[in-house]
Design a protein around this ligand. Structure first.
Ligand code: ZN
Length: 419
């Protein structure tokens, strides 16, 4: 598997240098993303896989099994990146799917095995993540195709420039796969710190994004006594500190990443502050608790500073539990291969979360992120041996899934692994 992992790494290097940027920059539904899809398609074809695209340009590369009518086994990830991104985020899952299919070629498989590459998972260009997988599952929002990027190009125009068409609103997942598996870099420090090469993901966090506005009163910075101000930035500061402390008491996380101050002058008391809050938790009750905290803290911060608070929710996704039978299958494969593994939750959203929420049995594997968990930066890295381990666990699991009949739930013995 080390040879396969090295070949996968070589392919990731080739994808990394596509486009003008010195680092990975493959915006969703762009020419560079298209270029990456063409390159991957060429690799898939030369591996003998049967290629097809759906309406929005998600790529499916099939290794045909005996029973064409049986639900297929899918594995893959996305090929777009953030600007100034790394080699591994997304692309690792796609080149790994190709390696697994190459390994299984020549085996007598019941179900077809399909390597999948999704479009525009990162979502920064048009403002909504997981476009390709949501389009597939019929989970696009109303008006989403009219959303425009910074140059005024809409999703609809970007699709048509690539020769793709508008997705049907109900998606096209009528023939559900039996399972979907995604290999990804962890994008955090947990596995590397624990010295464990393989992570088995049990859930994908729920995310709530809020926009908050504090309205106070502008005034001269020198003539207004401290007790007679309505300082909107002071309200925001109270909220931010309170939110950090509240999140630290839960298993969730909270981030304020945007802040705009008006009028934004050094000698004027701020009259208005607009800020973002990104809340994430692996369990629905924890996420609701954080949301409740945010609302109470905003009100409290406004009251003590004499300001007004307005809070609106911009985005919400519920935490997604991944398939228990697939967690068992992946952990059993890791045990048999004598690979140390650890179960963990994903703090980032993934295509796997979308496919799972559409009712498909879904599993996810993580490899450690080196350099302190660096991700969405060129320093993103993982160990080639960890890729080899993940490929081994993935290949074993996919081979078995391709050869079981019937339901996943009933077809797996409990591995009794550590949880
Ligand atoms: Zn990703």
């Amino acid at each position: 598997m080390v040879v396969a992992a090295k070949r996968a790494r070589g392919r990731l290097d080739q994808l990394f240098v596509l486009g003008e940027s010195p680092h990975a920059c493959r915006p969703g539904l762009s020419d560079v993303e298209e270029h990456a899809f063409s390159l991957v398609e060429r690799w898939m074809r030369s591996a003998g896989l049967e290629i097809s695209y759906d309406a929005v340009g998600n790529l499916f590369a099939r290794l045909l099994g005996r029973s064409r009518g049986s639900p297929e086994v899918w594995l893959g990830s996305h090929l777009d990146t953030v600007p100034g991104g790394g080699r591994f985020d997304g692309a690792l899952g796609v080149v790994a799917a190709l390696e697994v299919a190459e390994r299984l070629r020549g085996n007598d498989l019941g179900r077809s095995v399909v390597a999948v590459a999704f479009r525009d998972e990162e979502g920064w260009r048009f403002g909504r993540s997981c476009f390709g997988s949501r389009a597939l599952c019929g989970l696009l929002e109303r008006g989403e195709l009219d959303a425009a990027d910074a140059d005024g190009i809409t999703v609809r125009e970007a699709l048509s420039r690539l020769g793709r068409s508008e997705p049907p609103s109900h998606g096209w997942l009528e023939r559900r796969p039996a399972a979907f598996l995604e290999l990804h870099v962890e994008q955090g420090p947990v596995l590397a710190q624990a010295g464990v090469p393989l992570g088995i993901v049990n859930s994908i966090v729920g995310i709530s994004e809020f926009s908050l506005t504090f309205d106070g009163r502008a005034g001269h910075a020198g003539t207004n006594p401290m007790g007679r101000r309505a300082d909107a930035l002071s309200a925001a500061a109270n909220l931010i500190v309170g939110l950090q402390q509240a999140a630290a008491r839960t298993h969730g996380v909270a981030t304020v990443g945007q802040l705009s101050v008006s009028p934004g002058t050094s000698n004027v008391i701020p009259s208005r502050v607009v800020l973002s809050a990104d809340l994430r938790a692996a369990h629905a009750n924890e996420l609701r608790e954080l949301e409740q905290c945010l609302l109470e803290l905003a009100q409290e911060a406004a009251t003590v500073t004499g300001c007004e608070a307005h809070v609106s929710r911009r985005w919400h996704s519920e935490p997604t539990r991944l398939s228990a039978p697939l967690i068992q299958r992946l952990s059993r494969a890791a045990e048999e291969l004598e690979l140390p593994w650890q179960e963990l939750a994903s703090g980032a959203g993934h295509d796997a979360g979308i496919i799972a929420s559409a009712g498909v049995d879904t599993g996810m594997l993580f490899v450690p992120s080196l350099n302190g968990g660096a991700s969405h930066v060129p320093e993103e890295d993982t160990d080639t041996l960890a890729i080899a381990d993940a490929l081994a666990a993935l290949t074993l699991t996919v081979r078995r899934l391709a050869n079981i009949d019937g339901d996943l739930e009933t077809a797996v013995p409990n591995p009794g692994g550590k949880r």
